[in-house]
Ligand binder design. Structure first.
Ligand SMILES: [Zn+2]
Length: 188
């Protein structure tokens, strides 16, 4: 969000140089700087942790038959499926935001997650921390923000996952590369 006025006194902000930060918005009345920081979001590939009935968390399947949980959110697209995502709230870490968003939007409980890659959206002024999260599949929850939920085989998502103005496809592939590059143990 680009601020034009001071949040405390309402005066119009001016531009002023501040050390290594370059130019920032400044209220002359309050002697206060304002920074146009991006909003923080999480973007999550939800992976089914069941591997041929083996519930051992370290036995992540290395083949391409992994199952990924995709969401249909009509406010994003009525045609394409997307990954789970949401804003980070004050007082929580990225990992906590991942667990909360997955639970809120899908009803699934995250048993392990890892940071993979980040994405910046200029048009929305948001920075997205991309995670992979493993869940033990259970019944889907109900969310007003989600119109449909479905488990897909990774091999089948190419034609149905969002690619335009959306990082779902890029991030899911990054997560698969990440999983396949790991030996066995995931941390966190
Ligand atoms: Zn002010």
């Amino acid at each position: 969000m680009k601020l034009e006025y001071c949040c405390q006194c309402g005066a119009k902000l001016i531009k002023r140089e501040i050390g290594d930060e370059g130019i920032a918005s400044f209220c002359e009345k309050c002697s206060k700087y304002y920074f146009d920081n991006p909003k923080c979001c999480v973007l999550i590939s939800i992976i089914n942790n069941e591997v041929n009935g083996d519930n051992n968390i370290n036995n992540i399947n290395k083949t391409n038959d992994k199952k990924v949980l995709l969401l249909k959110q009509n406010y994003i697209s009525t045609e394409k499926w997307t990954l789970c995502s949401g804003y980070v709230q004050h007082g929580e870490t990225f990992e906590q935001a991942v667990s909360r968003e997955v639970l809120e939007e899908t009803g699934q409980i995250v048993i392990k997650s890892n940071y993979v890659k980040s994405y910046y959206r200029e048009d929305k002024g948001i920075i997205m921390a991309g995670f992979v999260a493993f869940v033990q599949p259970c019944e889907f929850g109900v969310s007003k923000e989600v119109d449909d939920l479905r488990w897909f085989n990774y091999n089948d998502v190419d034609s149905i996952i969002a690619k335009d103005n959306n990082f779902s496809y890029e991030h899911l592939n990054a997560c698969m590369d990440f999983i396949n590059s790991k030996e066995t143990n995931f941390y966190i």
